[in-house]
Write a protein that binds this ligand. Structure first.
Ligand SMILES: [Ca+2]
Length: 295
């Protein structure tokens, strides 16, 4: 296709085996799914791109707005101030069943100050934007004349034309010793060995593209899709994706894993992997990319 929208790649129509039965129960069963062809961003939306959107529209993200006490009946009133979730590594091994051992709600955390009010994004213009809730991602997509992908579109794109492979590039995590994505090596959440060179997010496009020419479909940041969680998985505890929200807040599927996904805790840097995030939650490891469908 020669008339590619800027920064986007064409994913041809096709049918694929979606899901996996080899890892976590929420990924199965494997089923045949057909998708139409569509355009998809080659990279996650960056901080610089999101800044252009905010300047053009005056958009105020969910993390920057006061919280409604009625939505959080169990919350400490002092926590109902604008802010977001920041990852804090522990000093040593902790109970992996309690995400409060590494997530902290930090007032003043925003997409421009993703690690708390003292942080900034001056050198992170090419990093994926984070600290965006589903509504923020949707608003960006609408402004750009695009949409958020369905889970099927996202997974099909992430597979890059490979059939049933574990990873977006094949079945081996680091073929020939080469790191293919920004994940977490070592024991989460305290020992980050940095074999891939990055603690936290990395500039988009730092790792090799998949078969469709797409970067960062694996790791770096989880990405919002527009699929709502159906009832079957509501009891499931969130992986590295925590939520301060009540159970009545709808959840959407996020895909791709992040820089916080480690083999001892969250082997979810795979196309089939999925988690479910409350739509009002933002963290330093969730971002998004957009699609454009044929009219
Ligand atoms: Ca890393």
């Amino acid at each position: 296709m020669s008339d590619a929208p800027e920064g986007m790649a064409w994913v041809p129509p096709g049918e694929f085996a979606m899901g996996s039965e080899d890892f976590y129960p929420e990924e199965g069963p494997v089923r045949r799914v057909a998708v139409e062809g569509f355009w998809i961003d080659r990279e996650p939306v960056t901080v610089a791109e999101f800044r252009r959107f905010v300047k053009a529209t005056g958009h105020v993200t969910v993390a920057e707005r006061p919280l409604e006490p009625d939505d959080y009946p169990d919350a400490d009133p002092e926590m109902l101030v604008p802010g977001s979730l920041v990852f804090r590594p522990s000093r040593g091994p902790v109970d992996l069943r309690d995400f409060r051992n590494w997530w902290e709600y930090v007032p003043g955390t925003t997409w421009q100050r993703p690690d708390g009010p003292a942080s900034d994004t001056y050198t992170r213009g090419r990093h994926p934007v984070t600290q965006v809730a589903y509504e923020d991602a949707s608003a960006y997509a609408a402004w750009a004349g695009k949409a958020l992908p369905t889970e099927a579109e996202w997974e099909y794109a992430a597979r890059g034309g490979l059939s049933g492979a574990v990873f977006a590039w094949g079945d081996e995590f680091a073929p020939g010793g080469q790191m293919m994505a920004n994940t977490w090596q070592g024991e989460f959440p305290w020992q980050n060995l940095l074999a891939d060179g990055y603690a936290g997010t990395s500039p988009v496009g730092s790792f090799a593209p998949n078969g469709f020419g797409l970067h960062d479909m694996t790791g770096n940041v989880w990405e919002w899709t527009c699929d709502l969680l159906n009832g079957d998985h509501t009891a499931q505890s969130p992986c590295c994706g925590p939520s301060e929200s009540g159970e009545h807040i709808p959840r959407r599927v996020i895909k791709g894993g992040s820089h916080l996904c480690a083999p001892n805790y969250c082997l979810r840097y795979r196309p089939a992997a999925r988690q479910f995030e409350a739509i009002d939650t933002s963290t330093g490891h969730i971002g998004f990319r957009c699609v454009q469908r044929a009219a």
